[in-house]
Design a protein around this ligand. Structure first.
Ligand SMILES: NC(=O)C1=CN([C@@H]2O[C@H](COP(=O)(O)OP(=O)(O)OC[C@H]3O[C@@H](n4cnc5c(N)ncnc54)[C@H](O)[C@@H]3O)[C@@H](O)[C@H]2O)[C@@H](O)CC1
Ligand SMILES: [K+]
Length: 525
């Protein structure tokens, strides 16, 4: 598991460590680790020149000391001081160390064009403008220097790419775009969240001796080595029922294939038993494609409701299927709700529930549920006066604004949290980085899949895997995040760098889980 800690936690851990160590020791360790990474990249790229961009805080201090090390190692080094106050504005001891090592010092203030020329010459750029003390966005003078960086230069962000929100909550277009980031002590949320992950590049954590082992993380990411500990492996006393029976209400006359994809992936994930509830065409397809599935209602331990479900269909078969979907949602059993099933969610969920929207579905669901919640509040708290104008007033005053898919994309975590607050469910928000958000748990953030996975039917496969894990007894948080991870890793294997189709991902789940479990068995304990 990769764990990222909040800025507050990092500052507290740093303070505790500093109290035990000589002054400057943490910065000196950070700078040494940073210089080692930079030296390795210079060697990899046959680079010779290093330029550090130096801001006003300790992030600039780290960078000054690192550049001093690199100068002592024989590289041609310069720094550009970004603050308007020049030398006065930066870490004094770090600047003295850099100058003593022969580093060329340039001030951007009053000499922006000359400073930009220096930056443009660099093979490796160390971005020490701001770190965890930074606010999102770059000031214009810093942005001009960043624009001057050569396209072929290797950009190493110190602690985090300057301009990003360290908490990873606010998106920011105006930030350094790093090839890699060298961070200190522990990852920060921005490194794992959609708002900052792309600009972070490759992430290296330098151990500077701060202790966060017992500090709750803000964000987590499952890795391959977590699978063996979480995946439900049957024991000799198990039977198909004790391993978990999954009921699937999916597919329709309009979208029959979704039923095949969801049941196939649940079977591939090794569910104890599968029950399938659908209309005639998908029933026929499931019979053929997944002979293991039992058609019809019955006792189950968890449900998947919604892939390919047509909530507008009105024939008697469809009505029967929709009744089964509503009954599954009204039961006290854990449920994964996807696609068409999301339209059937009415508000708070008091049973273990995973909602798996993409950005557009999350926007629609939030808009509908927030309007409904508002209507209830009005109805209960406004104690309307009798009279003809009351309804009009209620419909126009305080109605929540419509949420769009673009709103969600601009702040994925914030919107996922809003849906969690409204429903109490675990929300899995799909995207290049998939977020799994549960009240009271660290956010799980998985980025295992190649962009090829953005293909029709991939979500149906995901819900089948998560359903199989819920039926086996995993918590919604673990089932959703482990399901997302295995789905993404499988897609990566199946793609091999080229196109993939959803059914191939479903068929890839079984060998992927087998290999990940074998990895766990061979790992040193
Ligand atoms: N606290 C510690 O013990 C350690 C801190 N370290 C380094 O110290 C950094 C944190 O240092 P600081 O707290 O001094 O903060 P930063 O160096 O991150 O930045 C704070 C300074 O930048 C300015 N600033 C903030 N947002 C800005 C923006 N958008 N554009 C331009 N200037 C902006 C602020 O006015 C302030 O002067 C870490 O990221 C890490 O690199 C490391 O040396 C390891 C030890
Ligand atoms: K930085």
């Amino acid at each position: 598991m990769i764990r990222a800690h909040s800025v507050e936690s990092v500052r507290a851990a740093e303070a505790a460590a500093m109290a035990q160590l000589p002054e400057g020791e943490l910065m000196s360790r950070a700078a040494l680790g940073l210089a080692e990474v930079a030296a390795a990249r210079l060697a990899d790229t046959d680079g010779t020149t290093v330029v550090g961009l130096i801001g006003a805080g300790d992030n600039g201090g780290d960078t000054l000391y690192a550049v001093a090390h690199l100068a002592e190692s024989g590289f041609a080094c310069a720094v550009v001081l970004v603050p308007a106050s020049g030398r006065e504005g930066v870490h004094a001891a770090g600047l003295a160390a850099a100058e003593a090592a022969g580093v060329m010092v340039h001030e951007a203030a009053g000499a922006a064009a000359a400073a930009a020329e220096v930056v443009a010459e660099a093979d490796v750029v160390l971005d020490g403008i701001v770190g965890i003390g930074g606010r999102p966005g770059l000031r214009p003078d810093a942005a001009r220097l960043v624009d001057a960086v050569d396209d072929d230069a290797w950009v190493i962000a110190v602690d985090l790419a300057s301009g990003l929100d360290p908490a990873g909550e606010e998106g920011e277009d105006d930030a350094v775009w790093a090839n890699e980031t060298v961070t200190f002590g522990t990852p920060k949320p921005v490194h794992l969240l959609p708002a900052g992950e792309a600009a972070t590049g490759r992430l290296t954590v330098v151990d500077i001796g701060i202790d966060v082992d017992d500090v709750p993380p803000a964000v987590e990411r499952l890795t391959w080595d977590d699978v063996a500990g979480l995946w439900p492996v049957p024991g000799s006393g198990d039977d198909k029922y004790s391993r978990g029976v999954l009921g699937v209400v999916a597919g329709s006359e309009a979208y029959p294939g979704a039923a095949v994809l969801t049941t196939t992936s649940a079977a591939e994930a090794g569910v104890g038993m599968l029950r399938y509830v659908g209309t005639p065409t998908p029933v026929g397809l499931v019979h053929q494609a997944v002979p293991e599935a039992v058609v019809g209602d019955g006792r189950v331990q968890a449900w998947v409701v919604g892939p390919g479900l047509d909530t507008d269909a009105d024939d008697s078969d469809a009505r029967t299927q929709l009744d089964a979907a509503r009954a599954a949602l009204a039961s006290d059993l854990p449920v994964v709700v996807d696609a068409g099933g999301l339209a059937l969610v009415e508000g708070r969920r008091d049973v273990p529930t995973v909602l798996t929207p993409h950005a557009g579905e999350l926007a629609r669901l939030l808009t509908r549920l927030e309007a409904a919640a508002q209507g209830t509040d009005d109805a209960t708290s406004a104690a309307p006066e009798p009279g003809p104008s009351t309804d009009d007033a209620r419909s126009s005053v305080n109605r929540p604004a419509e949420v769009t898919a673009d709103d969600v994309k601009a702040d994925r975590l914030g919107h996922a949290r809003r849906l969690v607050a409204l429903t109490g469910a675990t929300v899995l928000l799909k995207g290049a980085t998939t977020l799994v958000v549960t009240d009271g748990e660290p956010v799980r953030s998985q980025a295992d899949a190649p962009p090829w996975l953005a293909t029709a039917g991939a979500g149906d496969v995901l819900s089948g895997v998560i359903g199989a894990l819920l039926a086996a007894g995993l918590t919604p948080h673990d089932a959703a995040s482990l399901g997302a991870m295995v789905h993404g890793v499988t897609a990566d294997r199946v793609s091999g760098g080229g196109p993939l189709r959803a059914l191939a991902v479903a068929h890839g789940i079984r060998p992927t889980v087998r290999d990940l479990l074998a990895r766990g068995r061979s790992a040193p304990s």
